[in-house]
Design a protein around this ligand. Structure first.
Ligand code: MN
Length: 208
């Protein structure tokens, strides 16, 4: 598949008023690290799949972002994530909202691509879309005052393929009669994130 051109719009602290994201929106977060209790939310990426990727940057001083929160909390808009378990914990902690309904491409992948143990975003993009993702900026400083062009491009790449992945994975879920099981897992995800935040990440409550 040929790489499509996307427009990246960087916003400070909140989305502009009046954006319409339709019925499904791909979302990702970049933080200062992998511990939501310690590592703050720096950037939140969103796209409706219309080739415009919105990046909302936070300095850490304030997470008062009414326009963004309204979109994320809108029950009529499905939020697509890759590994929602982490992003939901971050969103809950820093934005203080319940983000739903949810679709997670990693969960869908685990429920369908049982022939592999490779469920990273990069693996999914390569196998299902024929797209090669560049993960070079993954561990860069997302708290920087000025994000580099490479960082912005990387951040956008984490959301722009999620709609296409969902289409492929939905087809595989239906093929294997696992759509209902996936839906039940997606509905449980906010609880899974709350368990992580509450100290039940490992071992979790379902462990032996
Ligand atoms: Mn990311």
């Amino acid at each position: 598949m040929k790489a499509k051109k996307h427009t990246i719009e960087l916003h400070q602290g909140d989305l502009p008023k009046g954006l319409d994201f339709g019925t499904s929106i791909a979302v990702d977060t970049e933080t200062l690290g992998l511990n939501p209790a310690r590592d703050r939310l720096c950037l939140l990426q969103l796209t409706s799949g219309d080739r415009i990727c919105h990046l909302v940057r936070f300095t850490g001083a304030s997470y008062d972002a009414p326009n963004l929160k309204a979109v994320l909390a809108d029950d009529r808009v499905t939020k697509l994530f890759h590994y929602a378990r982490f992003d939901l914990a971050v969103i809950e902690r820093y934005l203080g909202i319940a983000c739903k309904p949810i679709y997670c491409t990693k969960v869908a992948s685990r429920l369908t691509r049982t022939y592999t143990d490779r469920h990273g975003l990069r693996d999914l993009c390569r196998e299902l879309l024929g797209v090669e993702l560049d993960k070079n900026q993954q561990s860069s400083d997302w708290g920087a005052e000025n994000l580099s062009a490479a960082q912005k491009k990387y951040a956008a790449a984490d959301v722009i393929h999620l709609h296409a992945l969902r289409d492929k994975l939905d087809h595989m879920l239906a093929r294997e009669s696992r759509t209902e099981l996936a839906d039940a897992c997606f509905r449980f995800l906010p609880t899974r994130a709350r368990l992580d935040a509450g100290g039940w990440s490992d071992p979790d409550v379902f462990s032996h």
